[in-house]
Design a binder for this molecule. Sequence first.
Ligand code: SAH
Length: 353
Amino acid sequence: MDRSEIRKWLTTDDPTELATLWRMADEARRRCVGDAVYLRGLVEFSNQCDRKCTYCGVRAGADVPRYRMTGQAIVDCARRAAASDCGTVVLQSGEDPDLTAEWLADIIHRIKSETGQAVTLSVGERSDDELALWRQAGADRYLLRFETSDPVLYQRVHPPRPQESRNRFDVLASLRRMDYEVGSGVMVGLPGQTFDTLANDLAMFAELDLDMIGVGPYVEHPATPMGADREAFAAPAGHQVPADQETALKVVALTRLVCPDTNIPATTALATLDFAAGYEAALGRGANVIMVNMTPTDFRRLYEIYPAKACMRETADFHVKLKRRITSVGRTVGAGRGDSPRRETRIAARSEA
Ligand code: SAH
Protein backbone atom coordinates (compact mmCIF):
# COMPACT_ATOMS: atom_id res chain seq x y z
CA MET A 1 0.00 0.00 0.00
CA ASP A 2 1.56 3.32 -1.00
CA ARG A 3 1.40 6.64 0.82
CA SER A 4 -1.43 8.08 -1.27
CA GLU A 5 -3.55 5.01 -0.67
CA ILE A 6 -2.82 5.14 3.06
CA ARG A 7 -3.76 8.81 3.06
CA LYS A 8 -7.00 8.07 1.27
CA TRP A 9 -7.98 5.53 3.92
CA LEU A 10 -7.07 7.94 6.71
CA THR A 11 -9.45 10.58 5.42
CA THR A 12 -12.42 8.44 4.45
CA ASP A 13 -15.48 8.42 6.69
CA ASP A 14 -17.70 6.41 4.38
CA PRO A 15 -19.16 3.58 6.52
CA THR A 16 -19.06 1.02 3.70
CA GLU A 17 -15.42 1.77 2.93
CA LEU A 18 -14.54 1.64 6.60
CA ALA A 19 -16.26 -1.73 6.97
CA THR A 20 -14.00 -2.94 4.14
CA LEU A 21 -10.90 -1.59 5.92
CA TRP A 22 -11.86 -3.32 9.19
CA ARG A 23 -12.48 -6.60 7.37
CA MET A 24 -9.18 -6.50 5.46
CA ALA A 25 -7.25 -5.77 8.67
CA ASP A 26 -8.99 -8.53 10.61
CA GLU A 27 -8.34 -11.03 7.81
CA ALA A 28 -4.66 -10.07 7.60
CA ARG A 29 -4.40 -10.42 11.38
CA ARG A 30 -5.97 -13.89 11.35
CA ARG A 31 -3.84 -15.08 8.43
CA CYS A 32 -0.50 -13.67 9.63
CA VAL A 33 -0.56 -13.84 13.44
CA GLY A 34 -3.55 -16.05 14.22
CA ASP A 35 -6.24 -15.79 16.88
CA ALA A 36 -4.09 -15.69 20.00
CA VAL A 37 -4.02 -12.48 22.01
CA TYR A 38 -0.84 -12.22 24.07
CA LEU A 39 -0.87 -10.52 27.45
CA ARG A 40 2.10 -8.41 28.53
CA GLY A 41 2.50 -7.34 32.15
CA LEU A 42 3.37 -3.63 32.23
CA VAL A 43 5.43 -2.30 35.14
CA GLU A 44 5.78 1.49 35.18
CA PHE A 45 8.74 1.38 37.51
CA SER A 46 9.89 5.02 37.56
CA ASN A 47 8.34 8.37 36.64
CA GLN A 48 11.64 10.25 36.97
CA CYS A 49 12.39 12.02 33.72
CA ASP A 50 14.83 14.61 32.42
CA ARG A 51 13.07 15.23 29.09
CA LYS A 52 10.59 17.97 28.26
CA CYS A 53 8.22 16.29 25.82
CA THR A 54 5.43 18.82 25.36
CA TYR A 55 2.66 16.18 25.41
CA CYS A 56 3.67 14.19 28.46
CA GLY A 57 2.39 14.62 32.01
CA VAL A 58 5.56 13.31 33.67
CA ARG A 59 7.94 15.57 31.71
CA ALA A 60 10.83 17.15 33.64
CA GLY A 61 9.52 19.97 35.79
CA ALA A 62 5.93 18.65 35.96
CA ASP A 63 4.41 19.03 39.39
CA VAL A 64 4.12 15.35 40.25
CA PRO A 65 5.71 13.41 43.13
CA ARG A 66 8.54 11.28 41.75
CA TYR A 67 9.22 7.63 42.46
CA ARG A 68 11.44 4.77 41.40
CA MET A 69 10.44 1.28 42.54
CA THR A 70 13.00 -0.98 44.20
CA GLY A 71 14.46 -3.91 42.29
CA GLN A 72 12.65 -6.31 44.59
CA ALA A 73 9.28 -4.60 44.00
CA ILE A 74 9.82 -4.78 40.22
CA VAL A 75 10.66 -8.48 40.34
CA ASP A 76 7.55 -9.06 42.51
CA CYS A 77 5.41 -7.38 39.82
CA ALA A 78 6.99 -9.62 37.17
CA ARG A 79 6.08 -12.67 39.26
CA ARG A 80 2.48 -11.48 39.60
CA ALA A 81 2.42 -10.91 35.84
CA ALA A 82 3.66 -14.46 35.24
CA ALA A 83 0.90 -15.79 37.52
CA SER A 84 -1.63 -13.84 35.41
CA ASP A 85 -0.61 -15.48 32.12
CA CYS A 86 1.70 -12.70 30.99
CA GLY A 87 4.57 -14.42 29.16
CA THR A 88 6.23 -11.04 28.85
CA VAL A 89 6.98 -8.28 31.30
CA VAL A 90 7.39 -4.73 29.98
CA LEU A 91 9.54 -2.45 32.12
CA GLN A 92 8.68 1.16 31.36
CA SER A 93 9.86 4.44 32.85
CA GLY A 94 10.58 8.07 32.13
CA GLU A 95 14.03 8.91 30.84
CA ASP A 96 15.37 8.50 34.33
CA PRO A 97 18.85 10.05 34.53
CA ASP A 98 19.73 8.31 37.81
CA LEU A 99 18.80 4.84 36.62
CA THR A 100 22.09 2.99 36.26
CA ALA A 101 22.58 0.40 33.57
CA GLU A 102 23.97 -2.12 36.06
CA TRP A 103 20.95 -1.77 38.36
CA LEU A 104 18.53 -2.48 35.51
CA ALA A 105 20.73 -5.29 34.14
CA ASP A 106 20.53 -7.02 37.51
CA ILE A 107 16.72 -6.78 37.52
CA ILE A 108 16.51 -8.13 33.96
CA HIS A 109 18.75 -11.01 34.94
CA ARG A 110 16.65 -11.80 38.01
CA ILE A 111 13.37 -11.78 36.09
CA LYS A 112 14.81 -13.98 33.34
CA SER A 113 16.13 -16.54 35.80
CA GLU A 114 13.16 -16.48 38.20
CA THR A 115 10.17 -16.36 35.84
CA GLY A 116 11.55 -17.17 32.37
CA GLN A 117 9.41 -14.39 30.89
CA ALA A 118 10.43 -12.36 27.87
CA VAL A 119 11.60 -8.93 29.02
CA THR A 120 10.73 -5.77 27.08
CA LEU A 121 12.32 -2.44 27.98
CA SER A 122 10.73 0.95 27.37
CA VAL A 123 13.02 3.42 29.11
CA GLY A 124 13.69 5.99 26.39
CA GLU A 125 16.86 6.97 24.55
CA ARG A 126 19.93 5.36 26.10
CA SER A 127 23.53 4.85 24.98
CA ASP A 128 24.65 1.88 22.90
CA ASP A 129 26.75 0.61 25.82
CA GLU A 130 23.67 0.51 28.05
CA LEU A 131 21.50 -1.13 25.39
CA ALA A 132 24.20 -3.76 24.82
CA LEU A 133 24.55 -4.46 28.54
CA TRP A 134 20.79 -4.97 28.90
CA ARG A 135 20.68 -7.24 25.86
CA GLN A 136 23.48 -9.29 27.39
CA ALA A 137 21.58 -9.46 30.68
CA GLY A 138 18.71 -11.08 28.79
CA ALA A 139 16.43 -8.27 27.59
CA ASP A 140 14.54 -9.51 24.53
CA ARG A 141 12.69 -6.49 23.23
CA TYR A 142 12.73 -2.70 23.29
CA LEU A 143 9.93 -0.23 22.72
CA LEU A 144 10.77 3.27 21.57
CA ARG A 145 8.10 5.14 19.69
CA PHE A 146 9.51 7.58 17.15
CA GLU A 147 6.36 9.68 17.84
CA THR A 148 6.38 11.37 14.42
CA SER A 149 8.37 11.02 11.21
CA ASP A 150 8.24 14.80 10.64
CA PRO A 151 11.61 16.14 11.87
CA VAL A 152 10.31 19.67 12.44
CA LEU A 153 7.32 18.50 14.48
CA TYR A 154 9.57 16.08 16.35
CA GLN A 155 11.92 18.87 17.44
CA ARG A 156 8.95 20.89 18.61
CA VAL A 157 7.32 18.16 20.70
CA HIS A 158 10.42 16.31 21.86
CA PRO A 159 13.22 18.83 22.45
CA PRO A 160 16.66 17.19 22.29
CA ARG A 161 19.02 17.12 25.25
CA PRO A 162 21.68 19.84 24.95
CA GLN A 163 24.51 18.71 22.66
CA GLU A 164 22.70 15.54 21.65
CA SER A 165 22.74 14.69 17.97
CA ARG A 166 21.45 11.12 18.26
CA ASN A 167 17.72 10.82 17.63
CA ARG A 168 15.18 8.03 18.09
CA PHE A 169 15.83 6.58 14.62
CA ASP A 170 19.52 6.18 15.51
CA VAL A 171 18.56 4.33 18.69
CA LEU A 172 16.15 2.09 16.75
CA ALA A 173 18.97 1.24 14.33
CA SER A 174 21.24 0.30 17.26
CA LEU A 175 18.55 -1.92 18.74
CA ARG A 176 18.16 -3.74 15.43
CA ARG A 177 21.93 -4.28 15.20
CA MET A 178 21.89 -5.75 18.71
CA ASP A 179 19.16 -8.15 17.64
CA TYR A 180 16.46 -6.89 19.98
CA GLU A 181 12.86 -7.32 18.88
CA VAL A 182 12.28 -3.69 17.96
CA GLY A 183 9.05 -1.87 18.73
CA SER A 184 8.03 1.65 17.85
CA GLY A 185 4.94 3.68 17.09
CA VAL A 186 3.26 7.07 17.18
CA MET A 187 0.41 8.93 18.82
CA VAL A 188 -2.60 9.61 16.61
CA GLY A 189 -3.89 13.17 16.59
CA LEU A 190 -0.81 14.75 18.14
CA PRO A 191 -1.28 18.52 17.66
CA GLY A 192 0.69 19.44 14.54
CA GLN A 193 0.24 16.00 12.97
CA THR A 194 -1.24 16.25 9.47
CA PHE A 195 -2.72 13.43 7.36
CA ASP A 196 0.39 13.55 5.18
CA THR A 197 2.65 13.18 8.22
CA LEU A 198 0.61 10.28 9.54
CA ALA A 199 0.70 8.54 6.14
CA ASN A 200 4.50 8.94 6.22
CA ASP A 201 4.56 7.50 9.76
CA LEU A 202 2.76 4.38 8.52
CA ALA A 203 5.14 4.04 5.57
CA MET A 204 8.01 4.40 8.05
CA PHE A 205 6.69 1.43 10.08
CA ALA A 206 7.22 -0.79 7.03
CA GLU A 207 10.60 0.76 6.24
CA LEU A 208 11.86 0.11 9.77
CA ASP A 209 10.65 -3.51 9.52
CA LEU A 210 9.35 -3.38 13.10
CA ASP A 211 8.51 -6.33 15.33
CA MET A 212 5.98 -4.43 17.42
CA ILE A 213 4.00 -1.29 16.64
CA GLY A 214 2.04 0.63 19.26
CA VAL A 215 -0.38 3.32 18.18
CA GLY A 216 -2.91 5.09 20.33
CA PRO A 217 -4.77 8.38 20.37
CA TYR A 218 -3.03 11.43 21.82
CA VAL A 219 -4.80 12.25 25.09
CA GLU A 220 -4.48 15.84 26.23
CA HIS A 221 -2.89 16.52 29.61
CA PRO A 222 -3.87 20.03 30.78
CA ALA A 223 -0.66 20.51 32.80
CA THR A 224 1.61 20.29 29.74
CA PRO A 225 2.60 22.99 27.21
CA MET A 226 0.55 21.20 24.57
CA GLY A 227 -2.48 20.84 26.82
CA ALA A 228 -2.27 24.47 27.95
CA ASP A 229 -2.19 25.85 24.40
CA ARG A 230 -3.45 23.31 21.90
CA GLU A 231 -3.98 25.94 19.19
CA ALA A 232 -0.34 26.99 19.27
CA PHE A 233 0.68 23.43 18.30
CA ALA A 234 -2.23 22.42 16.01
CA ALA A 235 -1.92 22.08 12.24
CA PRO A 236 -4.25 24.26 10.12
CA ALA A 237 -7.91 23.23 10.11
CA GLY A 238 -8.57 20.46 7.62
CA HIS A 239 -5.01 19.18 7.96
CA GLN A 240 -4.87 18.39 11.69
CA VAL A 241 -5.50 14.69 12.42
CA PRO A 242 -8.22 14.29 15.07
CA ALA A 243 -7.29 12.39 18.24
CA ASP A 244 -10.47 10.35 18.22
CA GLN A 245 -11.22 6.65 18.48
CA GLU A 246 -12.18 6.11 14.86
CA THR A 247 -8.99 7.68 13.52
CA ALA A 248 -6.85 5.71 15.98
CA LEU A 249 -8.61 2.50 14.91
CA LYS A 250 -7.97 3.33 11.25
CA VAL A 251 -4.28 3.59 12.10
CA VAL A 252 -4.36 0.21 13.90
CA ALA A 253 -6.01 -1.36 10.85
CA LEU A 254 -3.62 0.27 8.37
CA THR A 255 -0.64 -0.74 10.51
CA ARG A 256 -1.77 -4.37 10.26
CA LEU A 257 -2.06 -4.01 6.48
CA VAL A 258 1.36 -2.43 5.98
CA CYS A 259 3.11 -4.72 8.52
CA PRO A 260 1.00 -7.88 8.48
CA ASP A 261 3.14 -10.15 10.68
CA THR A 262 4.10 -7.70 13.41
CA ASN A 263 2.75 -7.63 16.98
CA ILE A 264 0.23 -4.82 17.49
CA PRO A 265 -1.17 -3.96 20.93
CA ALA A 266 -4.67 -2.74 21.65
CA THR A 267 -3.30 0.22 23.62
CA THR A 268 -4.32 1.66 26.98
CA ALA A 269 -4.88 5.02 25.29
CA LEU A 270 -7.56 3.41 23.09
CA ALA A 271 -9.17 1.82 26.15
CA THR A 272 -9.07 5.25 27.81
CA LEU A 273 -11.35 6.67 25.08
CA ASP A 274 -13.69 3.67 25.37
CA PHE A 275 -13.29 1.80 28.63
CA ALA A 276 -16.15 -0.63 27.93
CA ALA A 277 -15.15 -1.82 24.46
CA GLY A 278 -11.93 -0.14 23.34
CA TYR A 279 -9.86 -3.31 23.55
CA GLU A 280 -12.42 -5.35 21.59
CA ALA A 281 -12.62 -2.63 18.92
CA ALA A 282 -8.85 -2.76 18.39
CA LEU A 283 -8.72 -6.58 18.51
CA GLY A 284 -11.29 -6.67 15.71
CA ARG A 285 -9.23 -4.26 13.58
CA GLY A 286 -5.79 -5.82 13.60
CA ALA A 287 -4.48 -5.89 17.20
CA ASN A 288 -3.17 -9.10 18.80
CA VAL A 289 -1.57 -7.99 22.09
CA ILE A 290 -2.82 -6.34 25.29
CA MET A 291 -0.72 -4.81 28.04
CA VAL A 292 -2.05 -5.49 31.51
CA ASN A 293 -0.97 -2.92 34.06
CA MET A 294 0.90 -4.59 36.94
CA THR A 295 2.17 -1.37 38.55
CA PRO A 296 1.18 -1.13 42.23
CA THR A 297 -1.73 1.34 42.38
CA ASP A 298 0.08 3.93 44.51
CA PHE A 299 2.72 4.31 41.83
CA ARG A 300 0.29 3.86 38.95
CA ARG A 301 -1.46 7.04 40.07
CA LEU A 302 1.83 8.94 39.72
CA TYR A 303 2.67 7.61 36.25
CA GLU A 304 0.22 10.06 34.73
CA ILE A 305 1.54 10.56 31.22
CA TYR A 306 -2.05 11.57 30.39
CA PRO A 307 -5.15 11.91 32.60
CA ALA A 308 -7.83 9.31 33.36
CA LYS A 309 -5.75 6.42 32.01
CA ALA A 310 -7.93 3.33 31.63
CA CYS A 311 -5.74 1.38 34.05
CA MET A 312 -6.82 3.69 36.90
CA ARG A 313 -10.33 2.25 36.64
CA GLU A 314 -9.29 -1.38 36.65
CA THR A 315 -10.14 -3.62 39.57
CA ALA A 316 -7.69 -6.14 41.05
CA ASP A 317 -9.26 -8.98 39.05
CA PHE A 318 -8.99 -7.06 35.78
CA HIS A 319 -6.85 -9.68 34.04
CA VAL A 320 -9.51 -12.34 34.75
CA LYS A 321 -12.21 -10.15 33.19
CA LEU A 322 -9.90 -9.30 30.32
CA LYS A 323 -9.40 -12.97 29.47
CA ARG A 324 -13.17 -13.38 29.39
CA ARG A 325 -13.45 -10.36 27.10
CA ILE A 326 -10.84 -11.85 24.76
CA THR A 327 -12.62 -15.19 24.44
CA SER A 328 -16.01 -13.49 24.08
CA VAL A 329 -14.84 -11.96 20.77
CA GLY A 330 -13.79 -15.38 19.48
CA ARG A 331 -10.09 -15.09 20.27
CA THR A 332 -7.82 -17.15 22.52
CA VAL A 333 -5.45 -16.05 25.27
CA GLY A 334 -1.93 -16.66 23.98
CA ALA A 335 0.31 -19.03 25.93
CA GLY A 336 4.04 -18.36 26.15
CA ARG A 337 6.08 -15.34 25.18
CA GLY A 338 4.32 -14.29 22.01
CA ASP A 339 7.48 -13.48 20.10
CA SER A 340 7.27 -11.45 16.95
CA PRO A 341 6.40 -13.59 13.92
CA ARG A 342 8.11 -10.88 11.88
CA ARG A 343 11.42 -11.53 13.62
CA GLU A 344 11.15 -15.26 12.98
CA THR A 345 10.62 -14.59 9.27
CA ARG A 346 13.60 -12.22 9.24
CA ILE A 347 15.86 -14.79 10.91
CA ALA A 348 14.73 -17.55 8.54
CA ALA A 349 15.48 -15.29 5.56
CA ARG A 350 18.93 -14.55 6.99
CA SER A 351 19.84 -18.21 7.47
CA GLU A 352 18.73 -19.06 3.93
CA ALA A 353 20.90 -16.31 2.47
N1 SAH B 1 10.03 7.40 28.48
C1 SAH B 1 9.70 6.34 27.56
C2 SAH B 1 8.29 5.83 27.75
C3 SAH B 1 7.27 6.89 27.49
S1 SAH B 1 5.58 6.45 27.78
C4 SAH B 1 9.92 6.85 26.16
O1 SAH B 1 9.99 8.06 25.98
O2 SAH B 1 10.02 6.05 25.24
C5 SAH B 1 5.18 5.56 26.31
C6 SAH B 1 4.43 6.31 25.24
O3 SAH B 1 3.28 6.94 25.74
C7 SAH B 1 5.19 7.44 24.59
O4 SAH B 1 6.14 6.95 23.67
C8 SAH B 1 4.08 8.25 23.94
O5 SAH B 1 3.86 7.84 22.58
C9 SAH B 1 2.85 7.88 24.78
N2 SAH B 1 2.31 9.09 25.42
C10 SAH B 1 2.96 10.00 26.17
N3 SAH B 1 2.14 11.02 26.47
C11 SAH B 1 0.96 10.76 25.90
C12 SAH B 1 -0.29 11.46 25.81
N4 SAH B 1 -0.47 12.65 26.39
N5 SAH B 1 -1.30 10.88 25.13
C13 SAH B 1 -1.13 9.67 24.55
N6 SAH B 1 0.01 8.99 24.57
C14 SAH B 1 1.05 9.52 25.24
